[in-house]
Design a protein around this ligand. Structure first.
Ligand code: NAD
Length: 396
């Protein structure tokens, strides 16, 4: 079939197999161009490994440090007349590239929140790797089924206490308008914390530790975001921010639990970037458009792969993680630099539909979004017939 993007709001319902493979190949090339990561991880489990920050983490570990990797994700395979999700094609391409270099890679497609998937991954670690020395937790999901009670929790992106009104970008039309978001009600906060907070990260680490599949010196990292004040009502001080606070609670708990192994748990605060998860957050896409323009002009712009390469190379495995006062790793440091923020802040007050392309990088935003689904990559023939059914080698 000929595969074209089909965009519905902030979701693209198609993905291009060769385009996704090219996107993965480009990320691998970035990591390789920086050389080997000395003393990097050797056996890595990535939970949420098929897109965004998790995919880039897996690529950085495998192609930067030569690590064996296991990846867990929730994706849909392709059918004769329907494309797979991007994460499916990404993983197929990742595994083929890993195999070509003799790197072990095995993937699990299922609900990472469930006990069954945890048990399956633990058995696989025992059988194939013995233990893992690094566990990356990079899930982003709108809901979670509690493995003990069966209750389905739903996360919401809402401010807390009062209605939040600010500028917003329609990422399909390029219109800058205003959005008002009603505050959290009822059990919105605990529901969001149950989905995007640390409970499941802790369940994973407890299960892995109880099964004795964590190696001495193991490191585990979960990803967070803080960002500028203009987004705080919807992010840092909103329902999702409460979930991210909960990650820090779990990080401290895991530090204590991992102490006998000389292990360490981290929360890494990453840069705001276009991913499937971030494009669903109100206000943030306009901020990202302004941010990209400033950071690209300064030469400090990074995408997920550069961020994750820097996390492994310059923080986790160089003996100098440079934690902030709260003990978090900050690879959002270049985003949060005062000069960058003051320019973005000034443009925020002035930006409107007419001057968006002058003040912001809306074209860059849209191109990044399409690339997530394998569209707009150089060297891919989008007019050619392509087979949407692609196998992930380790899934058979
Ligand atoms: P993403 O949507 O690209 O990736 C989410 C991953 O989770 C995918 O691999 C998906 O398959 C997997 N997943 C979702 N539900 C699952 C389930 N039930 N079982 C198994 N796998 C499941 O998202 P992302 O933006 O890379 O987000 C990853 C983390 O990084 C999140 O914690 C997010 O808050 C954080 N973060 C994102 C940004 C940003 O700007 N995108 C910035 C800082 C931190």
């Amino acid at each position: 079939m000929i595969v074209a993007p089909k965009i519905r709001g902030f979701i693209c319902t198609t993905a291009h197999p060769e385009g996704c493979a090219k996107h993965v190949a480009e990320q691998i090339a970035v990591v390789k161009s920086r050389g080997l990561i000395p003393n990097g991880p050797k056996k890595v489990l990535v939970i949420g490994s098929s897109t965004g920050y998790g995919l880039s983490s897996r690529i950085a570990a495998a192609f930067g440090a030569g690590a064996s990797t296991m990846g867990v994700f929730f994706e849909r395979a392709g059918e004769e007349d329907r494309t797979a999700t991007a994460g499916w094609y990404n993983t197929a391409a990742f595994e083929k590239a890993a195999q070509a270099e003799g790197l072990y890679a095995r993937s699990f497609n299922g609900d990472a929140f469930s006990d069954a998937v945890k048990a399956e991954v633990i058995e696989a670690i025992k059988a194939d790797l013995g233990q893992v020395d690094c566990v990356i937790y990079s899930l982003a999901s709108p809901r979670r089924t509690d493995p003990k009670t069966g209750e389905v929790y739903k996360s919401v992106l809402k401010p807390i206490g009062e209605t939040y009104t600010n500028k917003n970008l329609n990422t399909t039309t390029g219109v800058v308008n205003e959005v008002s978001i009603e505050p959290a009600q009822g059990d919105d906060i605990p529901q969001t914390v149950a989905v995007m907070g640390g409970e499941d990260w802790e369940m994973w680490m407890d299960a892995l530790q109880a099964a004795n599949v964590l190696a001495p010196g193991v490191q585990t990292v979960s990803y967070s975001y803080i960002g500028p004040e203009v987004t705080w009502p919807i992010y840092k001080n909103g329902t999702i921010g409460k979930a991210k606070e909960d990650l820090e609670r779990v990080q401290r708990a895991l530090d204590a639990k991992l102490a006998p192994l000389n292990g360490k748990a981290w929360v890494s605060v990453n840069k705001a970037l276009v991913t499937q998860a971030s494009s669903a957050i109100p206000v943030v896409p306009l901020y990202i458009s302004l941010l990209y323009k400033v950071m690209k002009a300064q030469g400090t712009h990074e995408d997920t792969i550069e961020q994750m390469d820097r996390l492994f190379r310059d923080r986790l495995y160089n003996g100098n993680p440079q934690p902030d006062e709260a003990g978090r790793i900050r690879v959002d440091d270049w985003e949060m630099e005062a000069g960058v923020q003051s320019l973005v802040g000034q443009r925020w007050t002035e930006v409107n539909t007419d001057n968006l392309s002058e003040y912001g990088d809306f074209a860059g935003y849209q191109a990044s979004f399409l690339r997530l689904f394998g569209f707009g990559l150089e060297g891919v023939d989008y007019a050619a017939d392509t087979n949407p059914v692609v196998a992930i080698p380790s899934l058979g």
